[in-house]
Design a protein around this ligand. Structure first.
Ligand code: PLP
Length: 410
């Protein structure tokens, strides 16, 4: 069992009052808090080892380089891939833009198709809209089941000659629903279709072997897995390292530079032009160690238990409508979206804040999904490993209060 009380000691930010009430932080899908170990790693790096990497021969430069490359190995082991398949980026968005420009654009012919779903975060939609426009390709939307998963049977009728890439989320940042990636990959790879995954909402909530999933690329952000902002990872399978073109040209990624042309390093370094976010990459390894020390299976069990009570509790509040209610193995990532009848989500979120509870209200960077759900916005509660059952219960009680407040006034 997860020792949540001990874990909370590592997150002093949680131990504060907001609006005179103990803080309940349920906005973890937006960003997670950072444990002392990660913060300390940033401080240690800047106080003891700060130097630019790869270029210097002096001791600090070597230390910084060693730590940066060691971090790459730790990330690779974490998701079960080779270290040269880990490309450091500034986050999920940067990883997806890199894939669109470096890997997919050179392969596209006018009339080819790129497939996404209507559940995508804008970060996994807008780059593909833009690429489709530039390449005269067509953006198509995957057929979905009533429970918001890709309809595998309906996929069979797609024109597999035209379809070149499926860009899809692993877990929805609005509905918490997980997509059946194994089956999608099995079908896509039979037809030489690439599968590129936005793993932003999966990475901190389940054990994962990206190698076993056999996707072609998988992107995630450090700040959603208890790590710093400004760092992310794009896994790119080695089989695509030759085809993919560098995207950022300049220092760090070159081998030799002549007057009119240059040649480039091998992957992953040819994809990491310029000084990378060194401190953040090193501290991200610390957040991986933190997750591993507590165990992702145990974290998952804890979060699933909380999610179950959260969903059941909300279902019992009259006037609350949940946006999705799938089985927990498909939506146990701690993300629950809902609305309260007659209350605008922004008003409700403000009322929660007055009770010390941080949740999100809005379209969650998923406007096409809002149209599918036929709502302008939703409330979203999202959990993390440090949340407690008492917090969930208090949250349900507050939901009742919020509902009554708007029904009858103060
Ligand atoms: N994809 C999903 C599913 C997300 O939830 C988010 C962030 O909320 C992103 C992509 C974008 O992540 P970032 O802003 O860290 O690049």
């Amino acid at each position: 069992m997860l020792n949540v009380e001990q874990i909370r000691q590592d997150f002093p930010i949680l131990d504060q009052e907001v609006q005179g009430e103990p803080l309940i932080y349920f906005d973890n899908a937006a960003t997670t808090q950072k444990p002392n170990q990660v913060v300390q790693q940033l401080v240690d790096y800047y106080q003891k080892d700060n130097a630019n990497i790869h270029r210097g021969v002096h001791t600090l430069a070597q230390r910084a380089t060693e730590q940066y490359e060691a971090s790459r190995q730790i990330l690779a082991d974490f998701i079960g891939v080779q270290s040269n398949e880990i490309i450091f980026t500034s986050g999920t968005t940067a990883g997806i833009n890199f894939l669109a420009r470096s890997l997919v654009q050179p392969r596209l012919q006018p009339g080819d198709q790129i497939m996404v779903t209507r559940l995508e975060h804008h970060s996994n939609l807008v780059p593909w809209q833009e690429l489709a426009r530039r390449s005269q390709a067509e953006l198509v939307f995957a057929p979905m089941t009533a429970t918001y998963q890709v309809d595998l049977a309906a996929l069979q009728v797609m024109d597999t000659n035209k379809l070149k890439v499926i860009a899809i989320q692993h877990v929805s940042n609005v509905l918490g629903i997980q997509q059946p990636l194994e089956a999608i990959v099995a079908w896509a790879h039979q037809h030489d279709i690439l599968v590129l995954v936005d793993g932003a909402q999966a990475i901190a909530h389940q054990t994962l072997s990206v190698k076993e999933l056999d996707v072609d690329a998988y992107c995630f952000s450090g700040h959603k897995m208890y790590g710093p902002t400004g760092i992310g990872v794009c896994y790119l399978a080695e089989r695509w390292h030759e085809d993919a073109q560098p995207f950022n040209f300049g220092g760090e990624m070159i081998h030799q530079v002549f007057d009119t042309y240059s040649n480039y390093k091998e992957a992953p370094w040819k994809f990491e032009g310029g000084t990378p976010p060194i401190a953040q990459a090193i501290a991200l390894a610390e957040s991986v160690k933190y997750l591993q020390n507590h165990g992702l299976m145990v974290i998952r069990q804890h979060e699933e238990a909380l999610t179950r009570v959260l969903i059941q509790g909300l279902q019992q509040v009259e006037g609350v409508t949940l946006m999705a209610e799938g089985p927990l193995d498909q939506m146990g990532h701690g993300i629950v979206s809902y609305n309260i009848d007659g209350v605008h989500p922004h008003d409700a979120a403000t009322a929660y804040d007055l009770e010390g509870i941080a949740i999100r209200a809005g379209h969650h960077c998923a406007q096409p999904l809002m149209r599918l759900l036929q709502v302008p916005a939703t409330l979203r509660a999202s959990l993390a490993m440090y949340n407690t059952m008492a917090e969930v219960e208090s949250f349900i009680e507050t939901t009742r209060k919020v509902k009554e407040y708007f029904q009858y006034g103060a």
